[in-house]
Write a protein that binds this ligand. Structure first.
Ligand code: PBG
Length: 334
């Protein structure tokens, strides 16, 4: 590598950057419509409502969600991921509403599948929207999340989502051993082609705070929050272990999360395992960027395309981003 440096003035890297046409010709990575997944919040209300912490983002009623799914499909987005805000009176200690075939997720999946042909539908598997604690799992008497009891419920949740027509089951709960149990449950019910995208390396992160507020699951987590199951952001090797386990358990796709501050993890995982690897530009990343845009600090198109390109450079095959519709428009307009 150092031999490049000694060649000056023969070697002038700036030649390759001198104009747009040559920059484009030597571009190594590019974000395309084939890379985009749109996360969508859902509400039980018949009217959609704005999420305070995430300007321009709504919790959609079933009908509006179908319209947005249709719009996403028409602009070329390949999949949507659904996240429900559950009313307080439907929450309990066990997250029972997660297993209700008439819950907002199942109803929306059925409607989208009936009305929008050709877009992939992803359902989160985790109990946080449905438990009073806001935790992804069930608390035992001594106040810890009971791994195995939770996994039993997650399997049932995965099955009812598959029954509703979900294409990709996305366990975001970080319980141990859930991927293999979900795979077995799906296969036993003959859903052999339903995909699993496991949130394999998911870090305990402040960047999820706006999401937790958006789905009203933020206030009862306790001081240790989700640290007994989500990973320590100081760790890197541990991500490889988590990913290796999920691959062994049969996941089809790996998800790394959060996004931008964890691109080193994404890159490391993609280089090591070489399997489909997605990442999530999460709610806190969206909030920071959109607030910068709205305050005139960033140019909207430039900041969106730069951040998404960085995901691609780091090795992401696809990206969940609340900017998916904006990005699709920017890409279409060239
Ligand atoms: C819930 C879940 C979270 C996100 C996706 N699924 C939050 C959490 O784990 O607390 C975060 C998404 C975002 O911040 O945009 N299991």
């Amino acid at each position: 590598m150092n031999s490049f440096l000694s060649n000056f003035p023969l070697t002038r890297p700036r030649r390759l950057r001198k104009a747009e046409w040559i920059r484009k010709l030597v571009q190594e990575n590019k974000v395309s419509l084939d890379d985009l997944i749109l996360p969508i919040f859902l509400t039980y209300d018949t009217k959609s409502s704005l999420v305070n912490e995430m300007p321009n983002i709504y919790r959609y009623s079933v009908n509006d969600a179908v319209d947005i799914a249709n719009k996403a499909y028409e602009v070329g987005i390949k999949a949507i991921a659904l996240f429900p805000e559950v009313p307080h009176e439907k929450k309990d200690a066990l997250g029972t509403e997660a297993l209700n075939e008439e819950n907002i997720i199942c109803r929306t999946v059925r409607e989208i599948k009936k009305n929008v042909n050709g877009i992939g539908v992803i359902c989160d598997v985790a109990l946080d929207p449905y438990t009073l604690s806001g935790h992804d799992g069930i608390l035992s008497d001594n106040n810890i999340i009971d791994n195995d009891k939770t996994v039993d419920v997650l399997c049932k949740q995965a099955l009812i989502n598959a029954n509703a027509g979900c294409d990709i089951i996305a366990p975001s709960d970080m319980m141990d051993g859930r991927v293999i149990k979900i795979r077995e449950k799906l296969d036993n019910a003959k859903y052999i082609d339903t995909l699993i995208m496991s949130y394999a390396a998911k870090y305990a992160s402040s960047f999820y705070d706006p999401f937790r507020k958006a789905i009203s699951a933020a206030s009862n987590l306790g001081t240790y929050k989700k640290k007994s199951y989500q990973m320590d952001y100081s760790n890197s090797n541990e991500a490889l272990k988590e990913v290796a386990l999920d691959i062994k358990e049969g996941t089809d796709i790996i998800l790394i999360k959060p996004g931008l501050p964890f691109l080193d993890i994404l890159s490391n995982v993609k280089t090591t395992f070489k399997i489909p690897t997605f990442s999530f530009q999460v709610s806190g990343e969206y909030a920071m960027i959109i607030m910068g845009i709205n305050n005139g600090i960033f140019n909207k198109q430039e900041i969106i395309m730069e951040t998404l390109s960085c995901f691609k450079r780091a090795g992401a095959d696809a990206i969940l981003t609340y900017f998916a519709l904006d990005a699709a428009e920017i890409i279409k307009n060239g």
